[in-house]
Design a protein around this ligand. Structure first.
Ligand code: FE2
Length: 230
């Protein structure tokens, strides 16, 4: 929901971000998101600025050190790729992994309309300003952030599955637990970074290396909005 008198264009801002990341409208349509149903919602209170949570989500240097369960499922994350940089690239499940679950066991029934190249892969999309979309073969995970103060953010995380999976009473705990752990690990890291963000060194957003250009783009996007640019 947007309270602005003139809300930004859904096509440009939301679908634009999906196409920029996945390469086409069809790629996101294949997940049939409007047909999925809410299976679980967890609300996190994070003692960090919302922009720090975005920056954390957009890079993956930290994955190998703080996300052991996620790196087991997606071994390429151990290499620290900034996973959202490569258009159309989804991180592939490891060879011994059956599903996007906390222990790599099989997940629920796959979304039937996926393209073959979307099976056994994880895709992440950042929709500015404050939504993350995570796509895996059998479910979607949506994060929405609500800034409460300069150093406090509520994150609501939803796990969406096929309605027949939910109605059948399939045990979804191993699926939910994977990203719940990732969330808690990420938010703990953000809370540890938050005190340093009040340093003078961060007045202009700190120092970024070239591979962080997408994070620099996010900084510029925020600056433009603060100046009233669209
Ligand atoms: Fe992370």
């Amino acid at each position: 929901m947007c309270l602005a008198d003139e809300p930004p264009s859904f096509e440009d801002d939301v679908m634009g971000a999906c196409v920029e990341r996945l390469g086409s409208i069809e790629a996101i349509d294949n997940y049939r998101l409007p047909d999925l149903r809410l299976a679980r919602r967890i609300r996190y209170e994070v003692k960090a600025n919302w922009k720090l949570i975005i920056e954390n989500f957009m890079e993956c240097y930290h994955c190998s050190t703080i996300h052991p369960e996620l790196v087991h499922v997606l071994p390429e994350f151990a290499g620290g790729y900034a996973a959202q940089y490569y258009v159309g690239h989804g991180a592939e499940f490891g060879p011994d992994v059956a599903g996007f679950t906390v222990d790599g066991s099989a997940g629920a029934a796959t979304i039937e309309t996926l393209a073959p190249e979307q099976d056994r892969r994880y895709y992440a999309i950042t929709i500015r300003p404050q939504v993350f979309v995570n796509l895996v073969p059998d479910h979607a995970i949506l994060h929405r952030m609500y800034p409460l103060a300069a150093d406090r953010t509520v994150v609501e995380c939803d796990w969406l599955f096929r309605p027949d999976v939910i109605e059948a009473g399939v045990d979804l705990d191993p699926s939910v637990e994977l990203f719940d752990r990732v969330n808690r690990q990420d938010f703990d890291a953000c809370e540890r970074c938050q005190p340093g963000m009040s340093s003078r060194a961060y007045v202009d957003g700190g120092v970024l290396v070239p591979s962080e250009h997408h994070i620099a783009d996010f900084h510029q996007w925020v600056r433009d909005r603060l100046k009233g640019k669209k």
